[in-house]
Design a protein around this ligand. Structure first.
Ligand code: AMP
Ligand code: ZN
Length: 116
C-alpha cells in the first residue's frame, strides 16, 4: 500500500469506485473518465509504479490481468466485436497514474493504435 497512490486506495476500498472484479491478485474498476463505452482499468492489488517494475516474479499477477481482461470483455458484451488492452508507461507513454494499470477498451471502433 502506497499512502499517496489513488489506485492503492481504490484497491483497499478507501476511495470509492465502480468495481467490476476483485480477487487476491487484481482489481478491475470503471475508468472515471471513460473514453469508450467500455473502459475498465485492471490493476495489480500490490503497488508497482509501472509495468517496467514487474518481471518474472509477477508473472502470475500479469497472467491474471490478461485473463480477467478476456473475461470482462465477454461479460461486458464486447468479445465478438473486439477490444483493446493497453498499458501506458512513463512520459512518452502518457502515463498519469503511477500504479500499473491496463485499460480494457471497447464498445465502438477504437481507431488507429496511435494518434497521427
Ligand atoms: P494513464 O494515463 O494510463 O496513467 O491512465 C490513468 C487513467 O486513470 C485515466 O484514464 C483516468 O481517467 C483514470 N483515473 C484517474 N483517477 C481515477 C479514479 N479515481 N477512478 C477511476 N479512474 C481514474
Ligand atoms: Zn498504488
Amino acid at each position: 500500500m502506497n499512502e499517496n497512490c489513488i489506485f492503492c486506495k481504490i484497491v483497499a476500498g478507501d476511495v470509492p469506485s465502480q468495481q467490476f472484479y476483485q480477487d487476491e491478485l487484481v482489481t478491475a474498476f470503471q475508468d472515471i473518465s471513460a473514453q469508450a463505452p467500455v473502459h475498465v482499468l485492471i490493476v495489480p492489488n500490490q503497488h508497482f509504479n509501472d509495468l517496467g517494475e514487474m518481471g518474472d516474479a509477477q508473472a502470475k499477477i500479469l497472467g491474471r490481468i490478461v485473463q480477467v481482461a478476456g473475461q470482462l470483455a465477454a461479460s461486458e458484451g464486447i468479445a465478438s466485436e473486439g477490444w483493446r488492452l493497453v498499458t501506458n508507461i512513463g512520459k512518452h507513454g502518457g502515463q498519469e497514474v503511477f500504479h500499473t494499470h491496463f485499460h480494457l477498451l471497447g464498445g465502438r471502433p477504437l481507431g488507429p493504435l496511435l494518434a497521427r
